[in-house]
Write a protein that binds this ligand. Structure first.
Ligand code: AMP
Length: 416
């Protein structure tokens, strides 16, 4: 029996770096006033079809969709925004013009060809700011993403920005792209050729060298912006400048999904190989209406957690290793072993220490060896003599310093 292709077990050896990452996420999001939302891992397939778009790679090729036993078409979520919007409407989270600041952490599913940094089950952390159309809202989200990189200590990251303007301007842009690329029909890759009728914007981010060369001279949306789109984008850029947050403008950045407008962005890292996107996001002002809700402008981002961990490991940022702090050791007699169990219980209740004990009736030597191997700070030895005397020997394993204390006197137990 093996795990499914493209899925991974996260083993105890790796879990401390996940916990450290999650700890930073929880700290940062609470500093910005974001609260966690946990939506189900399955949704009706419609939720994604209607929002992400039928012509996107995600919906067209990558979704795990299946009929359940009652005949409903269900999908394992490939991304979070559609589910969060569905939940926000269902539970009225943005009623009476309220702002909702939400974040999520969890698994997502896409049927893609697995490679480094690309799995079929992967994890994302993301934030959604709902109910504000202002450039200030964009800047809050972008600053949060920037601060996230800084808190993690990822040096190699780049923030790329673009605007997808208003739906009207984007429609005009699509038409001019179709006109431009149609002249190169025979030279375009098969994929881009079919996108000409389905999703012409995506031709701009094709990785095919021939497509790339043709795209070089394609019309740029930045030259077609109306006042509303230009003012919004300029305001975002000038606030970022004021904050000293570095970025570059990438007019070819379109993001794969249908629901974006105005600001879109991606954060890439040179530590990642070919799958170089750590995260991305953008403004989605019309998704609520598409779901039958009230007009509610929003902006958000999602980061891939596996890729964050790859970037962190590549940059040698020290991981926060969480080990047990104390190993309580007993041996030879029943009195000794039961004193260990009782003292471990007392200490767990009265201190914040992580405590482990032997459960294999091993010798003092074997237990000391294991404590060393686990990088434990203090060993507490309650041998047959100490068990009877009501004492214990506290030993600092790095320095070798040790002393005997009464077990009833917990104050200053770990002073060596
Ligand atoms: P997207 O919404 O597609 O831009 O995804 C946001 C982030 O999730 C990406 O920048 C990646 O870091 C991560 N991601 C997306 N798909 C996968 C995948 N199949 N495996 C691992 N990470 C992924």
């Amino acid at each position: 029996m093996q795990s499914i292709r493209g899925t991974k077990d996260i083993l105890p050896l790796e879990i401390s770096s996940w916990h450290a990452l999650e700890q930073i996420i929880r700290l940062l999001t609470s500093q910005y006033g974001y609260q966690e939302i946990r939506t189900p891992i399955m949704e009706y397939a419609e939720v994604f079809k209607r929002s992400v778009g039928e012509e996107t790679d995600i919906v067209g090729k990558e979704m795990y969709t299946f009929p359940d036993r009652g005949g409903d078409a269900l999908t394992l979520r490939p991304e979070a925004t559609a589910s969060v919007v569905r939940a926000a409407i269902q539970h009225n989270l943005t009623a009476q013009q309220q702002i909702a600041r939400l974040y999520y952490v969890g698994p997502f599913f896409r049927y893609e060809r697995p490679q480094k940094g690309r799995q079929r089950q992967f994890h994302q952390f993301g934030c959604e700011l709902m109910g504000a159309a202002t450039p200030e809202a964009d800047v809050e989200i972008l600053t949060l993403a920037h601060d996230f990189m800084i808190s993690l200590g990822i040096q190699s990251y780049q923030l790329q920005l673009n605007t997808l303007a208003t739906p009207t301007v984007r429609q005009q842009f699509k038409s001019s792209l179709v006109e431009y690329f149609s002249a190169f029909q025979t030279e375009l890759s098969e994929e881009s050729k079919s996108r000409l009728s389905t999703n012409p914007l995506r031709i701009l981010d094709s990785k095919n060298p021939g497509d790339k060369a043709i795209s070089e001279k394609a019309p740029s949306l930045l030259d077609m912006l109306d006042n509303e789109s230009k003012d919004h984008f300029d305001a975002v850029l000038s606030m970022l400048d004021g904050l000293g947050i570095p970025y570059s403008i990438n007019p070819r950045l379109v993001r794969g999904l249908d629901y974006y407008s105005h600001t879109v962005f991606e954060i890439t890292s040179t530590s990642l190989g070919s799958q170089d996107a750590l995260g991305g996001g953008g403004r989605y002002d019309h998704l609520f209406e598409q779901f039958g809700g009230k007009h509610t402008p929003c902006i958000g981002f999602g980061f891939g957690m596996e890729r964050l961990l790859i970037a962190l490991a590549a940059e040698n940022t020290p991981e926060i290793q969480r080990k047990a702090d104390v190993y309580i050791i007993g041996f030879e007699t029943n009195e000794s072993r039961s004193a260990v169990i009782q003292f471990a219980h007392t200490l767990r209740m009265s201190s914040k220490k992580n405590i482990i004990t032997d459960v294999q009736n091993r010798s003092l030597k074997a237990q000391m060896k294991e404590a060393d191997k686990l990088g434990i700070e203090h060993a507490i030895i309650i041998g047959p003599d100490e068990a009877i005397a009501g004492t214990c020997i506290v030993k600092h394993l790095k320095t070798g310093m040790q002393y005997t204390k009464k077990r009833s006197d917990l104050d200053g137990l770990f002073e060596v």
